[in-house]
Design a binder for this molecule. Structure first.
Ligand code: HXC
Length: 514
């Protein structure tokens, strides 16, 4: 073949492997409010930086007519590019090709990029838009999933893994996102489920829509499977870029520092603390009063809202923030909030992000529901992850720190490097009411005026224990501080613990309660 013919042949093959914008399938995709897979990749990456791999890979399916079908790029676009100048690995399933279904070669394209990302310490972004295992390829599709899950696990704690659900993510396919660090969903577009509505109807006789079964709201508000919710794909991509600006590129690096900025004056800490010690307040306002530019990238905002987690910057450096939320269930710990915080703490620890914890909680949520849902097992995850974390750990006790909650929220006893308390802190085994009712039970019931005696005993207990000074006297906290000086104390503590090193006994790995 002449040189020019070889080139013409190359262009013809490339065109065949890249479905054209005027195709019916792409028009259908766009009509659903979805972007085309290639446009998604290009939107996320820096301009003109996408370098595609495996465009000419073909499926190996032989059954049910697949042998006669050409599937462009085998339904998945893979390659590398840069985001804000940093290299990343990326794949995007193309729903316009056999519903983005995953066969063996489709999976191998993905695992090749995963291997490259792991070897080179690059974050991996996976855009999922697929009907799941390619039914015609049978067990080979399942093998493909297995090979992806294996690498998701290998990559965990080594490189950031981000999953974007932009269409169906059906059947076993959901387990790859579930193994990754952050899952992004878009309203009306994302659908995640193990067994779809058809199967549910057949097996259980129940009718449910895909949206109600596993839509974006369900995944961000009920299940906690997804971390970020967006109204549109463009908003979702901007959220991903924002997240990437906070986190380090791999576990050997620290997050890129930014220019330090003061919090905005509107979030003056004096103004955001309620005057009354029992009044609920929004912990996010306290967070915004302390960190740079009053910015806080909240994660899993709609789920287990009694705890707040997310990234902020302190004097330019990324920190992971965990705080009880007095606005929701008084900020108690329960099954979901323990899970939510525990996983975030492990993420921060794996990627060298210091942890700052704000404490204001009456303890663990009491009740049969919680006990039977395994609050012991789930609550233990929080203790485990704080104890295990070796990044700098700074804690500020704002108000209530009662019982197990005091210990679990990164107390000195779980290895916090610095623990500060505001003068409003109450550090005790339980709240004054409950404590007085138990320890002065006999005196109260023998009294001529039990109510008056109870009040007196509550007051006595409050004066003795509901303050930070008993803990300060015993060295359990380092200082009682003026709330106005919280930022200053945290900046100094972070500086001091910047080179923290902790020797731990040898082990292959721990056995956390999950
Ligand atoms: C092969 C598939 C497919 C699949 C969709 N397609 N899913 N091909 N294997 N799993 C094809 C369709 O045949 C169709 O091809 C095209 O993709 C578009 O699909 P439609 O059904 O027309 O689209 P839509 O109406 O939008 O519905 C999308 C859908 C539906 C909800 C995803 O297709 C669906 O329910 N698919 C099956 C989902 C599922 O149950 N997957 C689980 C598989 S088992 P044509 O040629 O007509 O354009 C699994 C286990 C893995 O994943 C376990 C790992 C541990």
């Amino acid at each position: 073949m002449a040189w020019i013919d070889k080139f013409l042949d190359f262009f013809k093959r490339s065109e065949k492997a890249t479905p054209q914008k005027d195709s019916k399938a792409i028009a259908k995709q766009l009509a659903m409010g979805k972007m085309y897979a290639r446009d998604r990749v290009n939107y996320l990456l820096d301009d003109d930086t996408f370098q595609e791999t495996d465009l000419f890979v073909e499926h190996t399916g032989k059954d049910f007519g697949l042998d006669k079908k050409y599937l462009p790029a085998d339904g998945v676009i893979t390659g590398t590019g840069t985001m804000s100048g940093y290299p990343i690995g990326i794949f995007a399933q193309d729903f316009t090709v056999a519903g983005g279904s995953l066969g063996l070669m489709h999976a191998r394209k993905i695992t090749k990029i995963m291997d490259l990302a792991i070897k080179n310490g690059m974050p991996l972004i996976g855009i999922n838009d697929s009907g799941g295992a390619r039914i015609q390829e049978g067990v080979n599709s399942l093998a493909g999933y297995g090979e992806i899950f294996y690498r998701n696990t290998l990559a965990s704690g080594v490189i950031p893994q981000i999953s974007v659900i932009l269409g169906p993510c059906a059947g076993g396919a959901v387990y790859s996102p579930a193994l990754t660090d952050f899952v992004f969903v878009v309203d009306k577009i994302s659908k995640m489920f193990i067994t779809g509505p058809e199967v549910i109807k057949t097996v259980l006789g129940e009718e449910i829509t895909m949206e109600d079964l596993g839509g974006a709201r369900v995944q961000t508000e009920i299940t906690g499977n997804a971390h970020f919710f967006a109204e549109s794909e463009v908003e979702c991509f901007e959220q991903i870029k924002e997240l990437m600006s906070y986190i380090p590129w791999n576990n050997q690096k620290k997050a890129e520092p930014s220019t330090p900025k003061l919090p905005k004056p509107v979030f003056d800490v004096e103004k955001v603390i309620p005057a009354e010690p029992t009044t609920p307040y929004d912990i996010r306002n306290i967070i915004k009063s302390i960190f740079d530019d009053s910015k806080f990238l909240e994660i899993q905002e709609g789920w287990a809202a009694n705890i707040v987690i997310g990234f902020a910057r302190l004097n330019g450096d990324t920190v992971g923030v965990v705080g009880n939320q007095p606005l929701v269930l008084a900020g108690v710990l329960d099954v979901d909030s323990s899970d939510k915080a525990a996983r975030f703490i492990r993420y921060c620890d794996a990627f060298n992000i210091p942890l700052i914890t704000f404490v204001d909680l009456p303890g663990y949520l009491p009740g049969v529901d919680q006990e039977h849902a395994g609050v012991i097992r789930h609550g233990a995850k929080l203790l485990y992850s704080y104890s295990e974390a070796s990044v700098p750990k700074l804690t500020v006790i704002l108000r209530k720190a009662y019982g197990g909650g005091y210990i679990a929220m990164c107390s000195r006893h779980l290895g916090a490097d610095f623990v500060f308390a505001w003068p409003s802190a109450e550090i005790a085994v339980m709240g004054p009411e409950g404590a007085a009712n138990i320890i002065f039970k006999a005196e109260i019931s023998a009294s001529e005026d039990p109510d008056a005696t109870r009040k007196e005993k509550v007051k006595e207990y409050t004066e003795k224990f509901a303050n930070p000074y008993v803990a300060a006297r015993n060295g359990h906290i380092d200082a009682v501080i003026n709330p106005n000086e919280t930022r200053k104390y945290l900046i100094h503590s972070l500086k001091v613990s910047g080179s923290k090193q902790e020797a731990k006994p040898f082990r292959k790995h721990g056995v956390p309660p999950f």
